[in-house]
Design a protein around this ligand. Sequence first.
Ligand code: BES
Ligand code: MN
Ligand code: ZN
Length: 501
Amino acid sequence: MKTTIVVSRPAEVECEALVAVVLDYSDGAPTDKDKKPQLKVATTDKAVQDIAADLLTSGEVAGKLFETNLLHKPAGLKAKRLLLVSGGGAKRFSSYDLRRIAGTAVRALKSRGIRSFAFATPDGVAAEEAVRAIVEGAHVGNFDPDYYRSDRKDQKIDAITVVTSGDKATLEKAANEAQVIGESQNFTRDLVNEPSNRMTPTILADRAKKMCAEVGLKCEVYGADKIKEMKMGAFWSVAQGSDEPPALIVMTYEPAGAPAKPVLGLVGKGITFDTGGISIKPADGMEKMKYDMAGGATMIGAMRAIALLKPKVKVIGIVCATENMPSGKAQKPGDVQIAMSGKSIEIINTDAEGRLVLADGLYYARQLGCTHLVDAATLTGAVVVALGYTNAGIFANDDNMYERFRGANAKAGEKMWRMPLDDEYKEQIRSSIADIVNSGGRWGGAVTAAMFLKEFAEDTPWIHLDIAGTAWMEDQKPWIAKGPSGIALRSLVEFVKGFAS
Ligand code: BES
Ligand code: MN
Ligand code: ZN
């Protein structure tokens, strides 16, 4: 999608459609019975205000978040159409809503066959923040995953113009960065969307290599021999059961002029299909386990964005890619495995495989010199029980690291919630014959999984993101299609940028 910044009055912009945000300026609480909405377009452009006024005071528009109304041939505007998208109450309106409104506008317009439009930045959000939110949100909305449908319409918005005020050069820079991030998020979503027969560890590694070559990153891919040679016994214990060769993907970003430290390590779970292994999953819903490589795909997409945005900080991206299969070669419950770090692991449940591959991925990142670690993984069903489909779980072994990540996360407009990692939970992963077990049982399952990873991050500042409930949209929303969400990429890129300043 081509993005352009225009500093102008919205009424003066010639376009297929002008999108403007409607807000409710009434004061009463949303629960007030006789509260009447006071709907106005959030713009100082009188011409846009006027053309919308009759509709907005007619009582036909409720002003609910994501409500859309389309006017043709709006008098006084150079646009062919005016699309009004409601943003709810003016008081609580933020760039978080604006991002989703931009996605809503894209989806409303592209389904009508429109290919380009202009978006007027609303009052109430600073121009630069608004530009980022609109461009990122528009990219999110522009993605549809129906590649394999013969009747795929492949409707897309080709160009967006953001109509705003302020310093054009600054806003253009913001728009370009947002475009890189939006495209990278969709790159990740494309990888996650592919079914496991079309996204094996080898294919995932090939896609990573191709991307790295395009953006100038170093990329190394190691196979079974090297994984065994490096004594990655936890990673290999999962990979050994599959006929598909595993891949350890290592992407390195070392910009000229970056200090020797910090070195940020981004480690992703890349299970291209999770059957559960010998502790096999029920058939019902198993098809969804093609997205168990979402954490890995997120790191590949994040490395793409980082390579293009060029922050002055070293970053290493590591993806541990394998299938988790039952077979005559598969590991069995009760087996004891020795991780690369030397820790012994008693396998209680072969379906707790993500933590096994990440254990070696995290340890390896530290061996490569990473001073700070972030991992992302569709790690547990338990995080879905805890936080539902709304928030991803954040776990941190270091409060400074958490605060940094939290700041980046808020800017990126992604929902995440911190979960605990108290020492008490460690009892649940004690083993009687090895150092730890790979499953802490039913209660607090997302926490005990994170406690397991913590054993391998040790004293390196580390964040773990459990995206099991958020990497896949169960239903479509006005602003996003059903399917892969690309969650965490924007927060990760923002987090990395934070180390460069
Ligand atoms: N990939 C799953 C977690 C998952 C569940 C991802 C739902 C996306 C949606 C993970 O490998 C897994 O199977 N975890 C087990 C762990 C248990 C055996 C300790 C789980 O959550 O049930
Ligand atoms: Mn599993
Ligand atoms: Zn899994």
